[in-house]
Design a protein around this ligand. Structure first.
Ligand SMILES: [Mn+2]
Length: 246
């Protein structure tokens, strides 16, 4: 039986109707990697626990900003946040904590990496351009690219002997970038496993866990043209396959 990978969708209000949305490339990447993807609605907390018991791996998708109250801050300005969805925050943070109880394999993408960091006690930059300035010897490049989503726009330097290095089999990867927020204080027990070439944290992982990895870029948009970007999904599915049989 293929491992079941639960994927969290986005939440949007469309013409007064609540809708879940998910770019199809997320579930296609999981299917291509050999997993069986299912979408996870924002059930109540008790039912989220039941759901976790029936999946083998968790994929936290990208999307809007976390409400800063989730990491103990207030919004720095009225217009700084984009696409806040408190029910999504609740559901995903609780899914992470429930999954952590059994050290379930987990991959967070963009917002998903930020959700993982906050769930386990880290904080975020609410906005890179407001909170991080150019300094001597460093000029920030844009992390909100205008190029197509499959196109790389900056390099990340991957720490050797990490989960991420095993996924990419290289110490430098070309990645896309669609974020205005960023991991600030890394959650206790986690490490940074990649930095952008302008010095920002681009991936986190937990060495004390079979597979818990968050990446700030969107590999799901790139794997069709650059197969190395399927590696994170392949690893998630591989670890998920072994998860219930440890
Ligand atoms: Mn970036």
């Amino acid at each position: 039986m293929k491992p079941v990978i639960g994927i969290t969708p986005s939440w949007e209000l469309v013409s007064g109707q609540e809708k879940h949305t998910l770019a199809c490339l997320y579930w296609k990447a999981v299917e291509m990697a050999g997993g069986l993807p299912v979408l996870l609605p924002y059930l109540n907390d008790a039912n989220l626990l039941e759901l976790i018991a029936r999946i083998d791996g968790l994929l936290l998708s990208g999307g809007g900003d976390l409400e800063p109250g989730t990491f103990g801050e207030q919004a720095l300005a009225d217009d700084i946040l984009k696409g806040v969805a408190p029910e999504r925050d609740r559901a995903e943070l609780n899914l992470c904590k429930a999954a952590a109880q059994e050290r379930m394999p987990m991959l967070g993408i963009c917002r998903g990496a930020q959700v993982m960091n906050v769930a386990f006690g880290g904080t975020l930059y609410q906005d890179i351009s407001v909170q991080i300035k150019d300094s001597e010897g460093r000029k920030l490049h844009t992390h909100a690219q205008k190029e197509p989503r499959w196109q790389a726009s900056h390099t990340v330097n991957i720490a050797p002997e990490t989960l991420l290095a095993a996924c990419y089999r290289t110490e430098k990867a070309e990645v896309n970038s669609f974020h205005h927020q960023l991991v600030k204080d890394i959650a206790p027990g986690f490490i940074a496993s990649a930095y952008s070439d302008d010095g920002l944290v681009e991936a986190i992982e937990c060495p004390d866990w079979p597979f818990a990895l968050g990446v700030q870029w969107h590999p799901e948009c790139m794997w069709e043209r650059m197969p190395s970007h399927l590696g994170t999904f392949v690893a998630l599915v591989k670890f998920a396959a072994g998860h219930r049989h440890q």
